[in-house]
Design a protein around this ligand. Structure first.
Ligand code: ZN
Length: 153
């Protein structure tokens, strides 16, 4: 599981700049791309924060019962309140699984032209959680099963 997680942009946050190295906003600063826009919505620069404040992302987080406060910063990731229905055990992994699917949605759009809707992304989360269950210690596999239930749409 750690191999997968390390490739998510959230894990690539530069602690000194509080930003994802692979995000378009950083690539724009380095003159690698022509603009910093989040290609899926063009409602803001592609920053780590846009993972949480984008209209789609807001719908996604809300559908899972996760409240993302205004002005959320990547460094606040560990402060997201846990819904009562989600176990405390491995809650940070749950959040990363969600981030991972938002990032995959972005990549599928950028590289394949696919634009998954909310239901498809939630379904992808459930499929991912099912896979992750095989990688968890046997005594906490139940956690992934609860996650799968939370991804029911
Ligand atoms: Zn957006």
């Amino acid at each position: 599981m750690s191999t997968i997680i390390q490739t998510t942009p959230i894990y690539s946050i530069n602690p000194h700049h509080d930003q994802c190295r692979q995000c378009r906003a950083n690539l724009f600063k380095k003159h690698v791309v022509d603009d910093a826009a989040w290609e899926l919505c063009h409602q803001g620069p592609e920053t780590t924060e846009h993972f949480f404040e984008c209209r789609f992302a807001a719908q996604f987080w809300a559908s899972l019962g996760l409240q993302i406060r205004a002005g959320f910063r990547a460094n606040d990731l560990h402060c997201i309140s846990r819904p009562a229905s989600i176990p405390d055990t491995e809650f940070s992994s749950y959040i990363l699984l969600c981030c991972w699917q938002i990032w995959k949605r972005r990549n599928n759009h950028v590289f394949r032209g696919d634009t998954a809707n909310l239901q498809q992304v939630v379904r992808a989360c459930r499929e991912e959680a099912t896979s992750w269950a095989y990688r968890l210690r046997r005594d906490i596999v139940w956690v992934a099963n609860v996650w799968c239930s939370s991804f029911a749409m």
